[in-house]
Design a protein around this ligand. Structure first.
Ligand SMILES: Nc1ncnc2c1ncn2[C@@H]1O[C@H](COP(=O)(O)OP(=O)(O)OP(=O)(O)O)[C@@H](O)[C@H]1O
Ligand SMILES: [Mg+2]
Length: 353
């Protein structure tokens, strides 16, 4: 890969300024030629995006471009683990979905990002790390119990093509509520390590709000490829999100970017867009941390209704504009994981207050 020397000069000239938008990588770095074939291999799942990119690249070849067959494929390379960490067997990337403030929509974003990655062709799992308030069972439409086929490992629950594990699949609703710190972190470690996840491109971890034991355990003991911060636009949520991201930054977990949820409301009757919770907060936070704003999601009643039914928006409403936003964010996130050094994260200075 990246052997663009084999790519003929005419093609190199046509594509020389073309940067792939999600990974930030030059197209020529992703391209090789085989006879009349130009094969562009993206480092993230792209079943839905590949045809559009292919079209774009063919256009860019200009007159005479028909002489070429352009093929856009993809392959998710496994993460290079942080120093001192061993990758989880079979899992290419573990990504934490975090927020400071509760109720900003982490779990909803996590399940829809999982659905988006699945739609793009990836093998995806979700670990519900919210021991006191698990919600992935509800979001995925499962209220049963996890089983064990071999008597040693937990079988992940697979719904809508997404593998998941949650404390709600394992113990009675009130049992975990009274657990203290060490029990909670032990439960988390067991769900992570004792689940037979199989081969996954991405394992998303849906975190509880805040910066407690669970977040610390994850940051310090789990081979995370990165963390995504979820916030709503208002200042209060931003302060908390800043703190949550700082915690990951301190232990050198790459901060992949910020998602601003409930960024605006579209009036279902007149189509007018309104900022309910302020404006531009997510972008400000991203700028301050020196990381990308991965995207903004609208406040839409349908997202909440579908959640109640155990259906991710991305799968239930494939053509909706909110779905398009989730897909875009998922590609950006996956692109960041594989991206150009320009994507690399600046060092952030964190104070404890
Ligand atoms: N973009 C959205 N539009 C409308 N409703 C949303 C949106 N995102 C999330 N919600 C709703 O907001 C509520 C909170 O979402 P969710 O449970 O995902 O938040 P959370 O950050 O995971 O909360 P907690 O901190 O309790 O874990 C849910 O009722 C969910 O359906
Ligand atoms: Mg949640």
């Amino acid at each position: 890969m990246g052997d663009s020397s084999a790519v003929p000069q005419a093609v190199r000239t046509a594509w020389q300024n073309h940067i792939e938008r999600y990974s930030g990588l030059p197209i020529l770095d992703l391209c090789r030629a085989a006879g009349r074939q130009l094969i562009v291999q993206l480092p993230f799942p792209a079943a839905g995006y590949a045809p559009a990119l292919r079209q774009e690249l063919m256009m860019a070849l200009g007159p005479g471009g028909e002489a070429w067959q352009v093929e856009v494929t993809w392959h998710v390379p496994a993460a290079t683990p942080r120093a001192g960490f061993t990758p989880l067997p079979g899992i290419a990337h573990v990504v934490a979905i975090a927020s400071g403030k509760g109720g900003v929509g982490k779990s909803t974003v996590a399940v829809n990002l999982a659905a988006a990655l699945h739609r793009e062709g990836a093998r995806v799992g979700i670990l519900d790390a919210d021991i006191y308030g698990p919600s992935q069972g509800r979001l995925l439409g499962f209220n049963g119990r996890a089983t064990s086929s071999d008597g040693r490992h937990l079988d992940p629950v697979v719904r809508h093509g997404i593998a998941s594990m949650s404390i709600a699949y394992l113990v009675e609703r009130d049992t975990a509520m009274i657990w203290r710190g060490p029990m909670v972190t032990q439960a988390l470690q067991q769900m992570l390590h004792d689940t037979a996840w199989g081969e996954l491109d991405y394992l998303l971890i849906d975190l509880p709000p805040g910066t407690g034991d669970i977040q610390l355990t994850l940051a310090q003991r789990v081979p995370l490829s990165g963390a995504v911060g979820i916030t709503t636009p208002q200042e209060l949520a931003l302060d908390d999100a800043r703190r949550a991201m700082a915690m990951f930054g301190q232990v050198a977990v790459p901060l992949l970017g910020i998602v601003e949820n409930m960024a605006f409301h579209v009036c279902p009757r007149c189509g007018l867009e309104e900022d309910l919770f302020g404006h531009g907060g997510g972008a400000r936070l991203a700028r301050e941390l020196g990381i990308p704003l991965l995207g903004q999601l609208p406040l839409v009643k349908r997202i909440q209704e579908l959640s109640e039914q155990g259906l991710p928006m991305v799968l239930a409403e494939p053509q909706d504009s909110a779905t398009a936003a989730y897909l875009d964010i998922a590609r950006r996130m996956a692109g960041m994981l594989a991206g150009a050094p320009a994507h690399a994260l600046p060092e952030i200075i964190i104070s404890d207050d």
